[in-house]
Write a protein that binds this ligand. Sequence first.
Ligand code: ADP
Length: 498
Amino acid sequence: TAAATEEEPIKPSVQVEHTQLLIDGKFVDAASGKTFPTLDPRTGEVIANVAEGKSEDVDRAVAAARKAFDHGPWPKMTAYERQRILLRIADLVEKHNDEIAALETWDNGKPYEQSSKIEIPMLVRLIRYYAGWADKIHGLTVPADGPYHVQTLHEPIGVAGQIIPWNFPLLMFGWKVGPALACGNTIVIKTAEQTPLSALYVAQLFHEAGLPPGVLNVVSGFGPTAGAALASHMEVDKLAFTGSTDTGKVVLELAAKSNLKPVTLELGGKSPFIVCEDADVDQAVELAHFALFFNQGQCCCAGSRTFVHESVYDEFVEKAKARALKRVVGDPFKGGIEQGPQIDSEQFEKILRYIRSGVENGATLETGGDRLGNKGFYIQPTVFSNVKDGMPIAKEEIFGPVQTILKFKDLGEVVQRANNSRYGLAAGIFTQNIDTANSLTRALRVGTVWTNCFDTFDAAIPFGGYKMSGQGREKGEYSLKNYLQVKAVVTSLKNPAW
Ligand code: ADP
């Protein structure tokens, strides 16, 4: 497969149309006039120079969102009108599936087949799901003591600030803007500096479909400048963040120090994938491989601690190694490719450092362990066996194609070890025994348990973390409450005796 990365990169079938900031329905340059390059992870070469938003631009975007919320039509429209716009957006995104997928792959490096057949369709499904919620947001009537008629109104919270990462640029965009728009909020979203292109294209389609100006503003730029300005902005009413745990702490503090805006956080993970003794080893190997290697290993919920029962351990390790050796790595625009390059040189170097630390700490390198080819950010699918709980590769997020296999003896032990982590995002269980599945599910302190499946990201299924993996839930009905205020309405009854 090394050869695949040395061929000339395939030319994407799309042009970069939008590189400016999208503020108040118009594409504009940054106030400073500055731009930054976004790179092709296949080669490290510049795809386009993108307007670099900073605090002045965030101010302009927030002012537009503020106006669209306080005076504009969006929160004042009927829910049905909002729903119809969201449905038109979904249709337009669907129509442009292939161009959007090409931009996503070009900027991110993920296989084009994954972008075009899975992720863009998931985005479309998600927008339709939230369109469905737009006209189903109800308050309650409350049986209070005394002569009162009591209701709650569920109102949009206001201007939402949203900060997203680069691993699923458009899915993260959808998870954020979907519930916020359905509830009638306006938005300033800051995309990741590595992957600004697809969101600009899609946000333009939102406007073409009839979203009023100012409702959705997109600012490209860097974390410590644009991101921090958004997190600490006094006119932003709510902050939603997806990224690393360390940056999550920073934005939570900025939110608290400024105006106490409520914050939802979706952060890192080190998710256990538990292969029980009754497992069909071939199936378990395939699912554990997918759980870790999907998206070049760049998933916050990656099954990055593969716990295998001792009775099947040797067979599992041998087959996991064989599977990794068969993984097809190469230009993500090529058909049949399973793995493209990592996102950038920083992540690439970090992953290689973790691989070296695994070797130094005495884990057994079964396969891989180095870069692939001589350009771009490709890494060989790597498998470590004989991994011990205390090693950095078993504790910290590697965010790359590095599987770490650990042996366990009994279920009580594996529960204790799986839970011995600062993270609690997700877990996988592979077993045919329903009691094992149910007991493990209840014992694991994580936000999602996948049994005999992994990475099932239906729009209706809530997602979020326990412990330092985050606060709050995205997707599903649960996400709505992040974007709603509750107003208690208490009216005195003049004639309670009637
Ligand atoms: P990663 O290491 O995966 O890039 P980060 O948490 O650094 O994860 O990045 C996730 C998002 O947070 C990106 O959009 C990034 O620009 C933004 N970000 C990074 N640092 C800050 C910060 N200090 N304040 C606000 N946003 C930030």
